[in-house]
Design a protein around this ligand. Structure first.
Ligand code: HEC
Ligand code: HEC
Ligand code: HEC
Length: 460
């Protein structure tokens, strides 16, 4: 892990595209699902969540009314709305430890600077937020400061959550208060000097934290504004889908332009209209399907994105998923990088080896011409996420295999077996080169060395 980037002091020795990402996870209910992506980064630091957390139960509004202390909004419609919004924010993924109790915290987030442990945000009076008021909670969401004035590390998506409205913050708080308290102490972060000095966050904040509620754009539709609010705010999509500069932040123009998640080594593609990666050719339906179902005519989710779909996006209503897609479709292409063009010429021997392996091991699912078999096997032809300049994703999925998440719209996903054992570095490189350049795909060839380096990448 070469990236040494902490917001305010960050120096990235990795590629300029490497960014911190943020995310999380929880245990797949379906036992056959083995993928364990989990990680999280921050606008400045990269954090790999070390484990898989259990999925939270649906809240029972009746129970909510019994346990909430006086002064908290216990109206069931507010609690239910809060649960929905907490899902949109994916709080459970980070604030629940593997096999731990929901919102009990304790999830380890590995970083190059040490380990952060997420705090207990259950309504426990001693260790959780039991004594917080709705005001305290809202101030934390808006300002990124704890009630005691402590600056919060951006491993918590404060730069995004600051956009959340008071009303939504109150509903999330009501929901959290309705959950059972978890009497479990917080673990202290194990960050190295100087990263353990919270005061240093002042520097990061002055550069990258812009406090303030989401401001609707009056020249856009209500739907667009709803999508923008969810994507930029609770959804904290930019935590992963943005590259960071050398100071560990990202300029406005780089928002959504894609970036490598360093600890985990997955690449979160551009969500702009860029044609190298990017959603420029995607229809609204393609985007909605991917977010809600985890699979679309354009591809399937895997790695950290599968976790996001699993814990969060599959629960978005049709209206909200569409609003997010409508907003994403309007993101301008600010990436000066390479655009669609002819494939690089690949050595014929490599192409032929790749083709032979593909026909032998891949075509039964992905089709002879990479057309896929919808809805279970994603197409590989014209699939930007495998053509992008970064070859990390296709290499990793070939080595590790994958399972799209079981979602409400796709409850019985079909998986892909791992090929790490079966294929040596040269053969894996050949087949990845083949799928990146065949059928009019315009990706660049990959080398055996690139494959070899990714064999060490953490599985989750
Ligand atoms: C990407 C991981 C991540 C996500 C998603 C996330 N958090 Fe956090 N959260 C953290 C970390 C890490 C901390 C501890 C930061 C610190 O110590 O400065 C934290 C801190 C907190 C705190 C405690 C502040 C304190 O002073 O004790 C609260 C409350 C909180 N988060 C609530 C939420 C809520 C509500 C959501 C969903 C809307 C959420 N978090 C989503 C990682 C996350
Ligand atoms: C048994 C069926 C099966 C076989 C065989 C198979 N795949 Fe897959 N492949 C899948 C499924 C299912 C997914 C979706 C996985 C996920 O979302 O986690 C997938 C996903 C992919 C992706 C990511 C696509 C995207 O949406 O971005 C790539 C690249 C890929 N496979 C390449 C290959 C290659 C190369 C081979 C042969 C070495 C292969 N697959 C063999 C079923 C298969
Ligand atoms: C934890 C990091 C993380 C977060 C948070 C995250 N993503 Fe992703 N996303 C990824 C990664 C990694 C990929 C590539 C793997 C794949 O295609 O599933 C991806 C892929 C995608 C794709 C497919 C793009 C393509 O070209 O194939 C879309 C669309 C997408 N994400 C939308 C979103 C939206 C919208 C949000 C916020 C609600 C979001 N993501 C939040 C990591 C993340």
């Amino acid at each position: 892990m070469k990236t040494l980037s902490f917001s305010f002091v960050s120096i990235s020795s990795a590629s300029p595209r490497s960014i911190p990402a943020g995310s999380a996870n929880c245990m797949r209910r379906a036992a056959r699902l083995t993928r364990r992506a989990a990680l999280s980064l921050v606008a400045g630091a990269s954090f790999a969540l070390a484990a898989v957390a259990p999925c939270p139960p649906f809240v029972s509004a009746a129970r909510a009314a019994e346990t909430a202390p006086a002064g908290t909004d216990t109206r069931s419609e507010v609690v239910v709305r809060g649960e929905y919004l907490a899902r949109a924010g994916d709080c459970v993924a980070c604030h629940t430890a593997p096999r731990g109790k929901t919102f009990g915290g304790g999830l380890a987030m590995e970083t190059p600077f040490g380990t952060l442990y997420t705090p207990n945000i259950s309504p426990d009076n001693e260790y959780g937020i039991g004594k917080w008021t709705a005001d305290d909670f809202f101030k934390m969401m808006r300002t990124g400061k704890s009630p005691d004035g402590k600056l919060i590390y951006p491993a918590m998506p404060i730069a995004q959550y600051t956009k959340v409205t008071r009303e939504d913050s109150d509903a999330i708080f009501a929901y959290l208060k309705s959950m059972p308290p978890v009497h479990q102490p917080n673990r202290k972060h194990e960050l190295r000097f100087p990263f353990n000095q919270r005061e240093l966050l002042i520097g990061w904040r002055s550069l990258y934290f812009r406090e303030g509620e989401f401001q609707p754009n009056p020249s856009r539709s209500v739907e667009w504004n709803r999508g923008a609010y969810l994507v930029e705010g609770l959804g904290h999509c930019t935590m992963c889908h943005t590259k960071i500069n050398l100071l560990g932040g990202s300029s406005k123009s780089e928002q959504f332009a894609g970036g490598l998640i360093p600890v985990q080594n997955w690449y979160a593609p551009s969500l702009t209209s860029d044609k190298d990666g990017g959603l420029g050719d995607w229809s609204i339906k393609d985007i909605v399907d991917l977010l809600q179902a985890g699979i679309s005519d354009r591809g399937a989710v895997y790695g950290p994105m599968a976790e996001v779909t699993y814990h969060s996006l599959q629960y978005m209503t049709d209206d909200d998923a569409k609003a997010m897609a409508v907003y994403l479709k309007t993101l301008p292409d600010n990436d000066p990088g390479r655009k669609t063009g002819p494939s690089a010429t690949v050595k014929p021997a490599v192409f032929e080896t790749g083709q032979r392996i593909y026909t032998d091991k891949c075509a039964m699912c992905h089709g002879e011409h990479g057309e896929g078999k919808l809805q279970h096997y994603p197409p590989l032809a014209r699939n930007q996420s495998i053509e992008m300049d970064s070859a990390v994703n296709p290499i990793r999925i070939v080595l590790n295999g994958g399972f799209p998440p079981g979602t409400r719209r796709n409850p019985e996903p079909y998986g892909m077996p791992p090929f790490a054992q079966e294929l040596n570095d040269a053969d894996a490189a050949a087949v990845v080169t083949y799928i990146r350049t065949a059928w009019g795909n315009h990706g660049l060839p990959v080398t055996a060395k690139q494959v070899n380096e990714l064999r060490k990448a953490p599985l989750r």
